[in-house]
Design a binder for this molecule. Sequence first.
Ligand SMILES: Nc1ncnc2c1ncn2[C@@H]1O[C@H](COP(=O)(O)OP(=O)(O)OP(=O)(O)O)[C@@H](O)[C@H]1O
Ligand SMILES: [Mg+2]
Length: 597
Amino acid sequence: MGSNEGAESDVDLALAKERERSRTLREVGLLLDSTVPRDELLERILAAAKRVAEAERATLYLLDIDGRTLHSHATQGGTPTTIVLPVDKGIAGACATTRATINVPDAYEDARFDRAWDIRTGFRTRAVLAVPMIAPDGRLVGVVQVLNRIGQGSFDADDVATLEALAAQAAVALEAARMLATLVEQNRSLIELRARLERSLRERDLLLEIEQLLSRADSLDEFLDGTLAELARECRARAGCIALTDPITGISTVRAVRGVDEPGALLARAVAESSGISHAVAHDELVHVGDDSSPYASALPGPTPRTMLVVPLPGEGGRARGAIELRDSTERGFNSADQSLVELVAANVSTGIELAQARIERERASRLATLGKTLGNVLHDIRTPMSVISGYAQLMPETESKEDRRKYAQSIVRQFALVQSMIAELLAFVRGENAVLFQRVPLDGFFNELADVLRRDLAARNVRVELVLRERGAARIDPAKITRLVHNLARNAADALAAKRDGGTFTITVGREGEQLVLEFADDGPGIPEAVRSKLFESFVTQGKRDGTGLGLAIVKKVVDDHHGTVHVETSDSGTRFTVKIPLQTTQSLPRSSDQP
Ligand SMILES: Nc1ncnc2c1ncn2[C@@H]1O[C@H](COP(=O)(O)OP(=O)(O)OP(=O)(O)O)[C@@H](O)[C@H]1O
Ligand SMILES: [Mg+2]
């Protein structure tokens, strides 16, 4: 009975021990959570190995990805140490290569054991138990090794079984952790890829916007201003400017400025003086001030430490043509994405500037061409008042009546005024203005004076001048320009009538049709030659005249256009009639008047 009792208690003891071990392993299994950080997981495995095998020390050897080295992780007095050893060295190495458990009761009796480590650390290794960690797919993950069984010197079969069970769990946990890390890594690259795609979309949108700005903008400044606004918004900058550098003097001038806190002008001056811009331009390199410790920060105006990003505008031959400066991001600073965006925009602004300058150059050339044309027109028309002046001047000494001489003098003064208005028109054009000087003109007085001048001028050429005034009152016209129109039509009529032996008549009719002032100029000459009819109002079209330049009717057309009116012509071998219509919307409404008596 006694021995039976003893046997029963042995069985009980063994059962209790077995229960305790599986409980520990279950606990350990729960601890080996593959989502904890890898170092934490290694710590937990080490602690569990020490606990289940009741060992003094534990070491984990993880097989490197190359399959040739083992990286050890151990806890020695709380400080984790790592050593790297070849896979065929030591007891752990033998365990890894054979993929079998090695249980050594006395390490110093085993040739594979290297005492050097003990000598260095002062630890005395006695028993060694090394168990391979093999993943479910059969891959060797590493080796778990425990040293010195507490209480009994060497490790027994139970210890081996327990550590092998732990090693299997640890292998699964480590493998799962590795796969999770790979997934996280892949996820991270996906997130990065998305960020990169978003960035390039943002760049594309901004470049598109800048392109549209360039096509819409009327001036370079408008383009720069719009670009700066877009860029500042995109980079969340609170202020900024674009400065252009004179290639000869090297002086940078702020052309567009944006600032929330400071008045524009103040910021513009401060920015122009900022060493950031001069540095960027002089060295053709980017300046990025992340905080106030930079040497450039001290040069920046304002009460608070600033962040700023200055990017040169690439120019010809590596010489910057200016710079873009952004400052005070509402975020913590400008990041590398902002930086590459500003660089991209800088390149496009440079192209934009080139295109805008080419456009300005083209406009200047076309203005010069038109200037030449206008100069020609004025020189052409100046002949009429000159000949009128000369006519009156010749008449004056032969005229007895003081009253008549006074009238001639008045006419001469008026012709001078006409010449002066032509010169003024030319100068206004040079200044880039195309002024039409609308004035309220009494039609009666204006046309009577005009007819008088023409009568006297054309009398010598045997041409009668008639005036039919169906409309009196006043109209808003440019009197100098309408005078030139009438003179040109009258001269053409006189030229045409010169062929008739008994002279002819030039008739001016002033009337109204609804909301239009209607002026008719008729002659009873031979009509307009067939050859020039289709292109009558073009410059340099002339026919049958020795000294004709072909500008007269082109000037007539220009005056009509300036008055937003129309002109058309009827011609036959018994005469020619030009009809000019000028809308009264732009002119003052005329009081109704009775027909000419
Ligand atoms: N009233 C008219 N009767 C007949 N032919 C005319 C008349 N007006 C114009 N023409 C014809 O139209 C041509 C063009 O006239 P336009 O006034 O443009 O030039 P021009 O009179 O030849 O030269 P310019 O006026 O520059 O001295 C004239 O050369 C002439 O042949
Ligand atoms: Mg003419």
